[in-house]
Write a protein that binds this ligand. Structure first.
Ligand code: ACO
Length: 276
């Protein structure tokens, strides 16, 4: 089925063509649009194509993440998780798990695509987080032999368990914006902003009422807040210490804290969207 979809960017309405193949029930993500091509008149991102990530893209997505996220994300960097371009098996598994929920998106350089190449400029990996998943993940973490990986995910999991969004909002599942990553050669062009904006659309289409994100740096925090996410809880990195008072993850400035952010999708948003 081919349809056209109107949606809002900032205060402007633009049209995009979306090729929809099917749409099933909430929490079983099924929105299968091959590509969302932004209107060519959009300035910053004019040559980017935004697509849902399918299994055929996993290899390239992991290559992108090794280059752009594994070494660069503030917590990974503080823990010294891996060198630029290198792999980390447990982080790759974490990424693949999110990809399997089939709600992740990538920005592909349209110019390179015209030359027959697929160049990934950025990705957002979105997964379904169900009640009980984080406690299980923390238990599983005890089996990990990678001390650096453990440090990072202990902070994230414990922070989420302490600040329980499931209880607070009385939901069983939520849309988890897990990984946001843009290739260093494409940063500062609004790609992360657009990936988050389109993730909101995917969450809505799949019937989610609550989104969350663990934003680890000031830029990702700014991006989420600009899309209406609110801070639920935060953890300053210099206060996250071991028994001897030593900072566990010495995150470099300007990043100073972890933020757990959430966004509720209310019926009003849906009604407004349907009216447009
Ligand atoms: N310096 C100053 N401002 C910045 C910077 C920077 N280095 N990076 C982004 N911003 C600001 C922009 O000015 C923009 O603000 P505006 O909307 O007011 O103009 C906003 O942040 C969004 O900018 P984008 O261009 O959309 O962001 P970009 O495409 O460059 O991607 C990202 C930002 C994802 C943080 C990128 O730098 C990156 O991949 N970093 C490494 C991985 C990482 O830290 N990811 C986030 C971790 S949290 C998580 O994954 C859930």
């Amino acid at each position: 089925m081919t349809t056209s979809w109107n949606y809002v960017v900032g205060y402007r309405r633009i049209s995009a063509r979306i090729i929809l193949r099917s749409c099933r029930s909430p929490f079983k993500p099924s929105l299968k649009y091959h590509s969302i091509i932004r209107n060519a008149s959009e300035s910053c991102n004019a040559t980017m194509e935004y697509k849902l990530i399918g299994p055929e893209h996993y290899k390239q997505v992991l290559e992108h993440l090794r280059k752009s996220f594994f070494a660069d994300e503030p917590l990974n960097k503080a823990a010294g998780l891996c060198q630029n371009g290198c792999s980390n098996p447990e982080l790759e598994d974490h990424c693949l798990e999110a990809l399997q929920d089939r709600m992740s998106l990538m920005a592909v350089d349209g110019k390179a695509a015209q030359e027959g190449k697929c160049k990934i400029a950025g990705v957002v990996l979105n997964g379904i987080l169900r009640s009980g998943d984080t406690a299980k993940a923390l238990e599983k973490l005890e089996e990990s032999c990678d001390a650096d990986f453990r440090k990072i995910f202990e902070l994230l999991h414990r922070h989420n368990l302490k600040n329980n969004l499931f209880e607070h909002f009385n939901v069983d599942a939520m849309f988890d914006v897990r990984i946001l990553s843009v290739d260093s050669g494409y940063r500062g062009q609004g790609i992360a902003n657009e990936l988050v904006r389109q993730s909101l659309a995917v969450a809505k289409k799949n019937g989610f009422r609550l989104l969350k994100a663990d934003a680890t740096g000031i830029f990702s925090q700014k991006i989420f807040r600009s899309h209406g996410f609110e801070v639920f809880a935060e953890q300053p990195y210099d206060k996250y210490t071991d028994a001897d008072g030593k900072i566990i993850l010495p995150v470099e400035a300007p990043h100073i804290k972890l933020q757990l952010l959430y966004k509720r999708i209310c019926n009003e948003d849906k009604d407004r969207e349907q009216a447009q």
